[in-house]
Design a protein around this ligand. Structure first.
Ligand code: AMP
Ligand code: GLY
Length: 424
């Protein structure tokens, strides 16, 4: 089978790594990819939202499976674009339809979906510029901290958590009236603050059947002790050590089953991943967000733990027979450490040569923001490399990743040295 993966990060390198292991994969392409994917697949210089160019390439190469990494093409409707095109409709697309992708594309839609299907989540109300004053009044009825969420996609920056009521009112005004996040903040969801510890559950579904993949926890803040600005993720651990059978049982019954059933009841075509961001409050799980794709860097710890053939599983997803797929997992813990460019998530320098790949032993190196420049591998993004390792527990896995992180080098390299600090 000829497969095309869309995307360019550590998540997509991990997909490429896993799909390339399958005897069913005859040729693998990644668009646009990075220096890591170029080593195991062929990179194609395409924009992930340029559907016309993707179509031309898929037809020219007779691609049979399309795996969509990031959310943008899903929210823009790439799955529907394939399903509605006579020449493309037999391609197996892994990623939900536009209606499914709205669970990530609109926070208000996600909250409505949870309300309709009785999925536990924080209480909320949503507001527009017209109802700005009502929004301010609503804030007065809540206790701090105040949680404000831009409705649309805002590159991970659309959530504000504020302690001061006046500041929260001002930010609500900035979002609604001053369009702080552009069209993404034309609507704002204000919700109750949930005080607890976060974890993520990943589900693969064909819209009817589902498989729960390994849990993971990522570290979003740039600084040690979970301080400083939010990033895409500075590292991750799988499984989440504090998730016991009782909590997992509640998550499956109250959240996973109700979500998949909700999709079915609303006739939403959903063949892909559901990444459920949760907060555990006194051993009770609440949904804080849905994403309609895998996480990054969570993919770098979740996929290496799947022993089964991923092409086989994806085929079953596409055929609506996921119940027939087997999902065998590696029981060990995996951990990944993200090496980033100093300055990230704000301004940083690029084109720094990365060395030391040949010295790494016992870890898997996934590339994120890297490219090949005149035969050298150089940095091309904020998040540069994810170093994944296995261990009997998260401490052992992290230790190995840290040992190998030290062998890699680029000018102004930074990584968090305290991952897992909150778990012991
Ligand atoms: P989101 O983009 O919805 O994942 O939100 C970003 C981050 O804000 C989450 O990872 C949480 O740390 C935090 N967050 C979002 N909603 C809430 C909430 N209702 N209560 C507490 N923290 C929240
Ligand atoms: N690591 C968080 C995300 O992929 O959204």
């Amino acid at each position: 089978m000829k497969i095309l993966i869309l995307g360019a990060g550590g998540r997509e390198h991990t997909f490429a790594y896993k799909l390339a292991q399958s005897p069913k994969c005859s040729q693998l392409f990644v668009a646009p990819g990075n220096a890591g994917t170029a080593e195991i697949a062929e990179n194609i210089d395409l924009k992930v939202t340029d559907f016309k160019a993707i179509k031309d390439f898929v037809l020219k190469e007779k691609i049979e499976m399309l795996v969509v990494g990031p959310e943008d093409p899903l929210v823009e409707g790439i799955t529907d674009f394939f399903a509605e095109d006579e020449a493309l409709k037999q391609v197996k697309v892994i990623g939900p339809s536009k209606r499914g992708a709205l669970l990530e594309g609109s926070k208000e839609r996600a909250k409505e979906f949870m309300a309709i299907h009785k999925i536990p989540t924080a209480a909320y109300e949503s507001f527009t510029e017209k109802s700005l004053e009502a929004g301010k009044k609503f804030l007065e009825t809540l206790k701090p901290p105040y949680v404000l969420k831009a409705d649309g996609l805002a590159a991970g920056k659309g959530v504000l958590i504020l302690n001061d009521l006046e500041e929260a009112k001002q930010e609500l005004q900035n979002m609604l009236a001053e369009k702080k996040f552009g069209a993404a903040s034309a609507k704002v969801v204000i919700e109750e603050f949930l005080d607890g510890i976060e974890l993520s559950v990943f589900v693969l579904t064909d819209g009817k059947n589902y498989k729960i993949l390994p849990t993971a926890k990522d570290y979003k803040r740039i600084g040690e002790g979970d301080t400083g600005l939010n990033t895409g993720g500075m590292g991750a651990i799988s499984p989440v050590p504090f998730v016991d059978d009782e909590l997992m049982g509640k998550i499956e019954e109250r959240i996973v089953k109700t979500t998949v059933k909700g999709l079915q009841e609303e006739n939403i075509d959903y063949k892909g991943f559901i990444f459920i961001g949760l907060i555990k409050v006194d051993n009770e799980p609440y949904v804080i967000e849905y994403n309609v794709r895998m996480g990054d860097p969570e993919t770098e710890v979740v996929l290496p733990r799947i022993k089964s053939d991923l092409v086989d599983i994806f085929e079953k997803v596409s055929e609506g027979k996921l119940n027939e797929a087997s999902l065998e997992l590696d029981e060990r813990t995996s951990a990944t450490v993200m090496l980033v460019s100093e300055g990230y998530p704000e301004a940083y320098e690029k084109s720094k040569e990365i060395t030391g790949f040949d010295k790494v032993e016992g870890s898997i190196v996934f590339h994120a923001g890297t490219k090949n420049e005149g035969g050298k591998i150089v940095t091309s993004g904020g998040r540069v490399i994810a170093v994944t390792s296995f261990g009997k527990d998260y401490k052992e896995a992290l230790k190995k990743s840290y040992q190998n992180a030290e062998k890699l080098h680029f000018d102004k390299m930074y990584y968090r040295k305290d991952l897992g600090f909150d778990l012991s």
